[in-house]
Write a protein that binds this ligand. Structure first.
Ligand code: FAD
Length: 412
C-alpha cells in the first residue's frame, strides 16, 4: 500500500481545514485526504435554507475543488483502523499507511432510530434541516402551512449544533407571525434534554422568544415514532419523579432532528473511547493511547459544542501538533473548547452563544460591540454574510481569520 506523512480521514469541515492548515505551515510533506463524497456541504447554511434565506445550492461545492494544493484525494471511505500498525483500511480494498493520522469523519445521523421516520421524510409534512435534500422542504412547509399543529423535536445530546432544532422553529414562527398566522398555528418544541440550552446564560433570551411565539415547551420529551400518513408523532416523556409516559401528538408539520452517534467504523475500532467517539486529550486533541493519532470535529470525544465554529479553532491546534509529532517533539498547542451556536431567533436577529469547555463564556468580539446574550442584527449579519466567506475562503484554505492566537494555545 501507499505511505504518507499525514493521512486525514474525512474531507468535511474538519478534515479540509486541518489538511490546509498543515500544508500552509509546511509544504513538501505528503498528505492524503480520504473522503468518499464528491460533494462537500456547508451544513451551517442549512438552517438558512430551511428559513428561506439561502438557496440550497449555496451550501454545496465540489469536493475536488476544495482539496488543498499539495494533498492527494483518495475517493474512498475508511472501513477499518489498525493504529498499532499505522494502517487505515479503505472501501476500495486497499490500505494506506501513515506517520500521523487525523480522524475527522464527523458523526452519523441515526434516522432509523425513530420508528417510521425514514419512509416519511420529505412527505406528509415531515422534514429536517439536518439533510441537504430536505432543508428546502422545511421552507416549503412553512410557506404552505396555514393552520394546524407544527411540532419541532430535539433528540438526546450530543448532537451537532445543539441550537439548530430551535433555530428551525424560531424562523418558522417568525415567518408565520409576519404572515399574520401566529394565532392559527400551534407550535410545540419537544426536546429530550432537561433544559432549553446547555449554557444557562443563553436560556433567558431564548425563553423570551418561546413566550413571544407562544411555543409549548416540552422538556424531557423524546420522539420515538412517526406515523407519517396518520400524522401522529409519539414521544417518551420523563416526569419529575423519573417515571416514563408515552404521548401522541397530532401534527400538520413535523421538523425532526435525528439522534446522532459515532460512526460504526470508529465505534468498532481501537480508537473509540466513551460512547464510541475518538478518545482524545481535550486540550491537545491527541489520542489518549496512540500518540501519532489526532481527532477533531464532530467525531472527537470532547465536551465542546460540536460545531464548525469549534473546528475553526481546533484545526490549527491539530495542525501544529501534527507537525510537532512528525518532528518527534511533544504537542505544543492547546484547544480551549471554544464552540459557537448562532441562534436565529427571528429573521434578522441572532443570539450568538459562544462558549468554551465547562460552559465558560468565550465571546470573540468585545461585548460592547456584540452582546451574545441579546438578539442582535450584527450577529445575523455575520451569519448571513461573513461566516460563509470565512468558511469557504478562510478556514477551508488554512487561514486563521478570527482565531485569536491565544485560542490556538500557548507553546509550552
Ligand atoms: P462533517 O463536516 O460532517 O464532515 C465529515 C466528513 O467525513 C464528510 O465529508 C463525510 O463524507 C466524511 N466521512 C464520513 N465517514 C467517513 C469514512 N468512513 N471515511 C472517510 N470519510 C468519511 N456549526 C456551526 O459552527 N454553526 C452553525 O450555525 C451550525 N449549524 C448547523 C446546522 C445544521 C442543520 C447542521 C446539520 C450542522 C450545523 N453545524 C453548525 C455543525 C457543523 O456543520 C459541524 O459541526 C461540522 O460540519 C463538523 O465538521 P466535521 O468535519 O467534523 O464533520
Amino acid at each position: 500500500g501507499l505511505t504518507y506523512d499525514v493521512v486525514v480521514v474525512g474531507g468535511g469541515a474538519a478534515g479540509l481545514s486541518t489538511a490546509a492548515s498543515i500544508l500552509k505551515r509546511r509544504g513538501g510533506i505528503t498528505l492524503a485526504i480520504i473522503e468518499p463524497s464528491g460533494s462537500h456541504f456547508y451544513q451551517p447554511g442549512w438552517t438558512l435554507v430551511g428559513g428561506g434565506v439561502f438557496k440550497q445550492s449555496q451550501t454545496r461545492r465540489s469536493e475536488k475543488k476544495l482539496i488543498p494544493t499539495g494533498a492527494d484525494w483518495v475517493q474512498a471511505a475508511a472501513t477499518g483502523f489498525e493504529p498499532e500498525a499505522n494502517l487505515v483500511h479503505l472501501s476500495n480494498g486497499s490500505s494506506i499507511r501513515y506517520e500521523v493520522l487525523v480522524v475527522a469523519t464527523g458523526l452519523t445521523l441515526d434516522w432509523d432510530a425513530i420508528e417510521g421516520l425514514s419512509e416519511t421524510l420529505g412527505r406528509n409534512g415531515v422534514t429536517s434541516n439536518y439533510r441537504y435534500d430536505l432543508a428546502p422542504y422545511t421552507w416549503q412547509m412553512v410557506q404552505t402551512l396555514g393552520r394546524g399543529n407544527a411540532v419541532f423535536t430535539q433528540p438526546p445530546m450530543p448532537i451537532k449544533c445543539a441550537g439548530a432544532p430551535q433555530k428551525a422553529m424560531y424562523l418558522a414562527c417568525d415567518a408565520w407571525r409576519r404572515r399574520g398566522l401566529a394565532d392559527n398555528i400551534n407550535v410545540s418544541f419537544h426536546t429530550a434534554t432537561p433544559g432549553l440550552f446547555g449554557v444557562k446564560e443563553f436560556v433567558p433570551p431564548l425563553m423570551d422568544y418561546i413566550n413571544r411565539y407562544h411555543i409549548d415547551l416540552c422538556l424531557k420529551s423524546n420522539l420515538t415514532k412517526v406515523d407519517g400518513k396518520g400524522r401522529i408523532a409519539t414521544f417518551e416523556n420523563v416526569a419529575g419523579d423519573g417515571s416514563k409516559t408515552t404521548s401522541e401528538v397530532e401534527f400538520d408539520m413535523l421538523h425532526v432532528v435525528p439522534p446522532q452517534r459515532a460512526p460504526d467504523v470508529i465505534r468498532n475500532s481501537a480508537l473509540a473511547g466513551d460512547g464510541g467517539w475518538v478518545s482524545v486529550d481535550p486540550a491537545t486533541l491527541r489520542h489518549t493511547k496512540f500518540a501519532n493519532v489526532f481527532a477533531l470535529g464532530d467525531v472527537a470525544g470532547t465536551s465542546n459544542a460540536k460545531t464548525a465554529a469549534a473546528v475553526r479553532v481546533q484545526a490549527p491546534v491539530v495542525a501544529v501538533n501534527v507537525l510537532a509529532t512528525l518532528d518527534h517533539k511533544p504537542a505544543v498547542a492547546d484547544y480551549d473548547g471554544y464552540g459557537a451556536c448562532p441562534l436565529t431567533v427571528e429573521r434578522g436577529r441572532i443570539v450568538l452563544a459562544e462558549f468554551a469547555y465547562g460552559g465558560k463564556l468565550a465571546p470573540t468580539l468585545p461585548t460592547w460591540l456584540l452582546n451574545g446574550r441579546k438578539p442582535t442584527h450584527l450577529a445575523w449579519f455575520l451569519k448571513e454574510w461573513v461566516m460563509p466567506v470565512l468558511y469557504w475562503d478562510g478556514m477551508l484554505r488554512g487561514h486563521e481569520l478570527m482565531v485569536a492566537p491565544h485560542k490556538i494555545g500557548t507553546p509550552r
